[in-house]
Design a protein around this ligand. Structure first.
Ligand code: IMP
Ligand code: MG
Length: 178
């Protein structure tokens, strides 16, 4: 374990098994359809790479980048698009792929923007769901793990751009950000 971690919350094997199961569920639910998987940069890239290989359907991928104002630990509310999708989403089944659904501000804003572009559907798939912290009226359609209200890193998730490459989800030692 990395010395900045208080504990390993979810290990590599558990993550792999759960992503496989969620991918199979998505494959069943969207049978006969084509998906546009939209990775919300940067935190979801590792999850996206695993999830897309666990989905046995025709799918395309695209990326969006948003900035949420606030500290490295908390999102304040305002969200700005830094990178938009490359192509229109009209009549497509859009699946937003996120690392963590926390207050929900980011995904609430993104789904509202994308709804205006008339997709066939919008769903949300997140690796982690921190339900206790939800402020916006939004829920994940698919999530791999529900996590407690602790600041977690690894598997794409960062603290000040660090720890994204850890192959597990760990709880950052609180004294490092408090
Ligand atoms: P929301 O808009 O509050 O739902 O925040 C979503 C974003 O906040 C995520 O995409 C992450 O980048 C970041 N975030 C929220 N909680 C954590 C955490 O525990 N660790 C790392 N990043 C987090
Ligand atoms: Mg982040």
């Amino acid at each position: 374990m990395h010395r900045d971690m208080a504990e390993v919350l979810i290990d590599t094997e558990e993550i792999a098994a759960k992503i496989k199961a969620v991918g199979e569920q998505i494959t069943k639910d969207f049978a006969g359809k084509e998906l546009l998987l939209v990775s919300v940069l940067k935190g979801s890239v590792i999850f996206m790479a695993d999830l897309m290989r666990a989905i046995d359907l025709p799918c395309k991928i695209d990326f969006m980048a948003v900035s949420s104002y606030g500290s490295a630990v908390n999102t304040t509310g305002a969200v700005k698009i830094i990178k938009d999708l490359d192509t229109p989403v009209e009549n497509l089944h859009v699946m937003l792929v996120e690392d963590i659904l926390d207050t929900g501000t980011t995904l609430k804003y993104l789904t509202e923007i994308l709804h205006k572009r008339n997709p066939a559907s919008i769903t949300i798939t997140t690796l982690l769901d921190k339900q206790e912290r939800r402020a916006a009226d939004i829920a994940a359609d698919y999530y791999c793990f529900s996590v407690p209200d602790k600041f977690v890193v690894g598997y794409g998730l960062d603290f000040a751009e660090k720890y994204r490459n850890l192959p597990y989800i760990g709880v950052l030692r609180p004294e490092l950000y408090q």
